[in-house]
Each structure stands twice: as C-alpha cells, then as structure tokens.
Design a binder for this molecule. Structure first.
Ligand code: AMP
Ligand code: MG
Length: 326
C-alpha cells in the first residue's frame, strides 16, 4: 500500500509540495520531456517498492534514476567511459539514458537485482528544479499501469493513478512524447537497448560506432523491450491503412495515420500524427492520439508505421509493441 493515499490526487505546479512528499517517501507524478514519470526517492527501497505496486510492474524490470546534472552520474555509477562523458556533453539534459555499472548506494530493487544502473538527466525545467532541491535522485518509470499507453500530460496521470500518488507536478504536455533512448558501452561499441527520443542518426553524429540491439524476449535485458507494451485496450493492427480498412470493414474502425486522412464508412474516429510528415511532431502526438482512440467505442484501431528514420524508429517500435498480443 501507499504510504500516502489521498482520495483525489492534486495536480499543481508547486515544487516544494512535490519535494516534501518525496522526502517523506511518497510517490509524485513528474513531468519530463519524454513522458510523465512516477517518481520516488531512488535511495529509499520502501519508496521505490511502491512504484512497482502502483504500476503493477514486475520487480525484475529496472527503473531509470533521474539526476539534475550529468556530473552526478559518478555518485551512482562506478565507471564513466569517455564516450559516455562525450555523449552526456551533447545530450544532457535530454532523452538519453545511460546504463552503467552501479555503486552500492543504489538499492537492488531499483536495478532489478542487476549490477548496472540506468541514469538520465531529464530535459524539463520544473523537474530539474525539483531534482536540485532534493538531496537524493529520483527513480521514475512512466506514470501508467504496467503495459498501457504512456502518459504525456498531468491529466493522463490523474486519469489512471488518481488516489495512488501523493501529488502530480504539472509541467504541460511532454515535448518529445516518446521514452528516452537507452544506451550502454560494450567494448568500443555504443549499444542501443531501446530506441527513443534521441535518434540513432544523432547518436552516430557524435559517436559513429553504434549498434542497435532491440531485445524482444519476454525476459528482456530492458523492460521497455517487452514484446507487448504501450498497448491500448482496443486491439491494434499495424499495416497499410487502405488494406486494413478493407480487411476490417465489417467492424467499427479507429484510424491512426502518419500524414493522411482516410474516407471509409467503417471509420468512426481518426487521428493524424503529422500532416507535414514531421517525425518529431508525430512523436509528440503519438500517445495522446492513441489514448483518444482507445476511449472511443471502436472495435479495432488500425495504424501505419512511419519511415524508419529519425524518431520514426521509436514510433514504429512503440506501435509494434502496442500491436503485439497481450
Ligand atoms: P520505463 O522507465 O518504464 O520507460 O523503462 C525503463 C527503461 O530503462 C527500460 O526500457 C530499460 O531499457 C531501461 N533500463 C533501466 N535500467 C536498466 C538496466 N540496468 N539495464 C538495462 N536497461 C535498463
Ligand atoms: Mg513505461
């Protein structure tokens, strides 16, 4: 059970309120540029345990630890390879998470029992201020029930975790809209464990030796890599919209498209991610659009992938997992 479980969770912009709840071991919804996080004192196992309970998240899934400056990485990680320092200079604060050998101050519960810790500097002014006012880092996965669509507004968090978190800090809509890219060093290679808000192309501009190793097993090295994830309640099918419209024409269809709108008598709802065909705009719209479609009485959601470049890779990854059988 939560240490603090009010009936209705207040949404506000008061950093002091958020900080005092966190100091007392309670959970707070926090804004980040990727998605909203469900935060707890990363150094307090009792506080961290509540994250898993509230989300229904298996404890073998490690959490990302958030700090206000990359200079703090060395407080929680044993070694900082030069490549990591270089990437941190380019991408911190920002949607890039570094998996590093952990120091013992990080509880095993945070790392799923493993000897590595995932560290990130979130690029959101309110959360950076909050982190600066605390003398501990924040463990925070996305603030949604495990497996469901990630939240990108304070209201999304309230819709699903009302009464289960002490406070929700409202920083407006998340400006990136997909989770962080997760990386680790292996020898000279930078291994990408999860595609996300920093594109593979931008990583390669800074360090060319990038290997993408997206794990899809049911017991993965990286929890965002579970095959079914980010999933709406309504079944989602991925393919070519016109073909899917024909195949499911006897059902009520909700359409999630990249640029175009479609006309068909079976369509009852429709979301276009970016009329301009801009991958960053599409990422920003993805989870909110998926949520709106999931709140309709459609029988099926049909969606198409984006070109496999820029943030299109992260969007396609989320859509594939949303379409995977639960
Ligand atoms: P979430 O915060 O729920 O979006 O997911 C956390 C993400 O952090 C997962 O997808 C993992 O890729 C990553 N992660 C956290 N800790 C580790 C770790 N020690 N090793 C590998 N990946 C990690
Ligand atoms: Mg998540």
């Amino acid at each position: 059970m939560c240490i603090f479980a009010p009936v209705k969770t207040e949404i506000g912009q008061d950093i002091q309120t958020a900080a005092s709840f966190l100091r007392n071991g309670a959970l707070v919804g926090i804004p980040t540029e990727t998605v909203y996080g469900l935060a707890a004192n990363a150094l307090n196992p009792d506080a961290v345990l509540q994250i898993f309970q509230v989300k229904g998240r298996p404890t073998f899934n490690p959490l990302i630890v958030h700090v206000h400056d990359a200079a703090q990485f060395s407080l929680y990680a044993e070694e900082l390879p030069d490549v990591i320092k270089l990437l941190a200079q380019h991408f911190c604060p920002g949607p890039l998470t570094f998996v590093l050998p952990k120091k013992s101050v990080i509880p095993d519960l945070v790392t799923g029992g493993g000897n590595t810790v995932a560290l990130r500097v979130p690029g959101h002014p309110l959360t950076l201020q909050l982190l600066k006012s605390l003398d501990f880092p924040l463990a925070a996965p996305s603030a949604n029930p495990f497996g469901y669509i990630s939240p990108v507004t304070a209201l999304h968090v309230q819709e699903q975790l009302d009464g289960k978190v002490a406070y929700i800090l409202d920083g407006g809509p998340s400006m990136i809209g997909v989770e962080s890219t997760v990386v680790m060093m292996r020898g000279e290679s930078l291994v990408v464990l999860r595609v996300g808000g920093v594109s593979i192309e931008s990583l390669r501009e800074v360090y060319p030796n990038v290997v993408v190793e997206i794990n899809q097993s049911s017991n993965p090295k990286s929890p965002g890599q579970l095959k079914s994830h980010y999933a709406p309640r309504i079944p989602l099918k991925l393919g070519t919209i016109s073909e899917l419209l024909n195949r499911y024409s006897h059902q009520k269809i909700a359409v999630l498209s990249f640029r175009e709108t479609f006309n068909h008598s079976a369509i009852i709802a429709q979301e276009v991610l970016s009329r301009e065909g801009d991958d960053a705009e599409a990422a920003r719209n993805l989870f909110a659009a998926l949520r709106r479609l999931d709140q309709t009485n459609a029988d099926i959601i049909i969606a198409e992938k984006l070109p496999e470049k820029g943030l299109g890779m992260a969007i396609n990854d989320r859509l594939e997992r949303a379409a995977a059988d639960h």
